[in-house]
Design a protein around this ligand. Structure first.
Ligand code: 9MG
Length: 291
């Protein structure tokens, strides 16, 4: 285990700055908002709503106009129990959107585990590869190293089909942190500079409510690695368990979770409700609560 020996790597304040992803550079002086666009029939929150290209583009542009710094496009659902999608189908869903939105100047992230989709997305102008598998698929590191896009490395125990069956850890915070540091170092060894790397504890990916809360409380353990931390809690089942509400009624819970995450040092929040999150963060910023 790396738990006790993980060095503080390259700190400027707490976190490596700036964050470089493709044609975009973010100074991380304030938390960034990443808006979610699922072009899938089966995502847990908005499955089926944006399969049509025009409605997907309209939703992405709305999120951009509402203040999203990044738009995260996913063509394969990652919700618990989700089945894999063929590569050609994922490409057809995602790449035209990446091309159009990148050409309009948006910073586009592509949520994929497939190296073929990563390569095509980077060629189409994607700024960030958001991989719930932390670039562990054969060829994924090479696909990202070949370009200049940023990478988001997420922790997941198991895979989406079975991950919530019986997640277990001896020390969830240490195990998640150690995994992410190992993956970040693998990226650097492959030629992906540290200024292009973001890490993510993967809330809800092979984790119980208690695991998610432990990670949220101890997000600082990830922040002290020096890599910027992304937190994705928006509308997730753990929030539903806490407040006892279905997925369509978790806005307040999601805002509270986003604020808790940035208060603990997250520099990017991945959210469905961009306008409301941007407003909440404006108040948080104005109050000078930045840790
Ligand atoms: C695709 N996806 C769904 N949830 C996510 C999360 O919490 N983080 C990241 N990076 N991607 C996610």
């Amino acid at each position: 285990m790396l738990a006790t020996s993980t060095p503080r790597l390259f700190l400027d304040g707490n976190v490596t700055r700036p964050f470089r992803c493709g044609a975009h550079t973010f100074d991380l002086a304030r938390p960034l908002v990443m808006g979610v666009l699922n072009v899938t029939p089966d995502s847990f929150s908005d499955g089926g709503r944006f399969l049509d290209r025009q409605s997907a583009l309209a939703h992405a542009r709305r999120m951009r106009d509402d203040g999203a710094d990044l738009i995260d496009i996913g063509g394969e659902s990652t919700r618990p129990g989700a089945l894999p999608v063929l590569e050609h189908e994922e490409l057809e869903r995602v790449i035209p959107l990446v091309e159009t939105l990148s050409a309009e100047g948006a910073a586009v992230a592509v949520d994929t585990r497939k190296p073929g989709v990563m390569r095509a997305a980077i060629a189409a102008g994607a700024a960030l590869v958001n991989d719930i598998g932390a670039l562990t698929a054969p060829g994924a590191l090479e696909a990202c190293a070949a370009g200049t896009a940023g990478v988001c490395l997420m922790h997941m125990q198991g895979d989406p089909q079975t991950m919530q069956d019986s997640p277990g850890y001896a020390d969830v915070v240490a195990e998640v942190r150690d995994f992410l540091v190992v993956r970040a170092r693998a990226c650097e060894a492959a030629g992906i500079g540290r200024e292009r790397i973001v890490i993510d504890p993967g809330f809800g990916f092979g984790k119980t409510l208690a695991h998610n809360l432990a990670l949220l409380r101890s997000l600082g353990a990830l922040v002290t690695t020096g890599y910027p931390v992304l937190a994705g809690l928006s509308r997730k089942a753990s929030l539903g368990t806490i407040v006892g509400r279905p997925v369509g009624e978790r806005l307040a819970a999601s805002l509270a979770a986003a604020l808790a995450a940035v208060q603990r040092g997250a520099t990017i929040v991945r959210v469905h409700d961009v306008r409301e999150t941007v407003d909440a963060l404006k108040v948080w910023n104005a109050a000078g609560l930045n840790p």
